[in-house]
Design a binder for this molecule. Structure first.
Ligand code: PLP
Length: 394
């Protein structure tokens, strides 16, 4: 049967795999050999489910957005990942990976972070488990993201500045990989999205799959069917989208819409619309679509939302784009900001700017009145308040 899931070598069609330096092989190999059996162990599943319930606050509601539905003349449901502890979906993955680390006998966690959201989600679960946590972060990002640096410190993490190169996310990633190579036995590296070498994209997708698992029974309760007509999610690396699509990937009666950040416009030179602009290449150990120059240098992405400001996209999504299984729509900064304000006023929910991109699709695509459209509300907007204030002169 045709499938859009990863094969056992971590390939989604032609994308994925593990393109890593020899010295990293023992680390990823240990994880690759064990992740599926650990995740399928009933004791592991029980502990994961319990923490998602009691600590994260799952299941998150599936909310029928009445005023939004009326405005766009279609049935719109919101999957409320913004109500997760820490305010976004990222914690689903870090809970899963900290339990995985414990099963593998690791007592030290490393992570890299750009805007700081993944660093905070990682520091949170390390505090929960009483495990040492080191977060690598570019020196420039540390200066730009002071509130998240403070959160990580309060949670007991050590934030180590990456001082080389452009002193941003990719340099922090290099530092984290160097650390992991030097500490293969006691350390687990928590990657924050469906990116990186196999088995990370598949493992992270499986942890986030709780989102679509819940959508299925929640929609059945509300609409009498598990299947929406469309699923919509914003895509940075692609983890909230992967979780939203996961249990529907091979059900082609359910439409998949992926929303990317066009920044100041797809052709402006300041964009993060990876599928529209990307070419096949290797980033973070995975073969995927990424924004690059003619001679293969990775291009600096731009988006007003820090979480979508990534030059690549997870291999699952590269394959959804390439095969046409997913429909990709790019949304500019301006469209996203206006949509965020609109949702705040219509529904009393201030979305993260990442999510605001997803709400802007209604000006690009018409839905039928009886279509059921589920939008994954990946995070809350509190972290973005200053950006909203500056943009709208509030
Ligand atoms: C990090 C983040 C994203 C983007 O990451 P994905 O891996 O693509 O999900 C989207 N929304 C919010 C609220 C985020 O914090």
């Amino acid at each position: 049967m045709k499938t859009y899931q990863a094969d056992d070598r971590g390939y989604y069609g032609e994308f994925g795999g593990a393109f890593i330096p020899e010295m990293l092989y023992p680390n990823t190999e240990e994880l690759r050999q064990n992740y599926l059996s650990i995740m399928e162990d009933p004791a592991f599943k029980a502990e994961f489910d319990q923490l998602l319930k009691d600590y994260v606050g799952r299941p998150t509601p599936l909310y029928f957005a009445e005023r939004l539905s009326e405005k766009y003349q279609t049935k719109i449901y919101l999957k409320r990942e913004d109500l997760c502890h820490t305010g976004a979906h990222k914690v689903n993955n870090t809970i899963g990976q900290i339990l995985m680390a414990k099963k593998l006998g690791k007592n030290r966690i490393i992570a890299e972070t750009g805007a700081g959201q993944h660093g905070v989600a990682t520091a949170t679960v390390c505090a929960l488990m009483g495990i040492q946590c080191i977060v690598y972060m570019g020196e420039i990002d540390i200066a730009r993201q002071a509130p998240n640096v403070a959160r990580m410190k309060m949670l007991g993490a050590e934030v180590r500045p990456a001082l080389s190169g452009s002193r941003t996310l990719k340099d922090a990633t290099n530092e984290a990989i160097r650390d992991w190579i030097n500490n293969p036995v006691d350390t687990h590296y928590i990657i924050g999205s469906v990116v990186g070498p196999h088995p990370y994209p598949d493992m992270v997708a499986r942890f986030q799959a709780v989102i679509s698992e819940e959508i299925k029974w929640q929609l059945k309760e509300k609409e009498g069917t598990e299947n929406p007509d469309y699923l919509v999610a914003c895509v940075g690396g692609g983890s909230n989208a992967a979780g939203t699509y996961y249990h529907y990937l091979d059900n082609e009666a359910v439409g998949i819409i992926a929303v990317e950040a066009a920044g100041k416009g797809v052709d402006s030179g300041e964009s993060a619309a990876t599928s529209a602009l990307g070419k096949v290449g290797i980033i973070h150990g995975s073969k995927t679509l990424l924004m690059q120059t003619g001679d293969g240098q990775i291009t600096e992405p731009y988006s007003i939302s820090a979480g979508l400001d990534y030059p690549g996209v997870g291999p699952m999504h590269a394959n959804l784009y390439k095969t046409g299984r997913g429909e990709f729509i790019s949304i500019t900064d301006e469209e996203a900001m206006e949509a965020g304000l609109m949702v705040s006023k219509l529904e009393g929910i201030i979305p993260a700017i990442e999510t605001s991109h997803a709400f802007a699709i209604f000006d690009h695509k018409k839905f039928k009145p009886d279509d059921v459209v589920v939008i994954n509300l990946s995070g809350r907007g509190d972290k973005d308040l200053q950006t909203y204030i500056d943009y709208f002169k509030l």
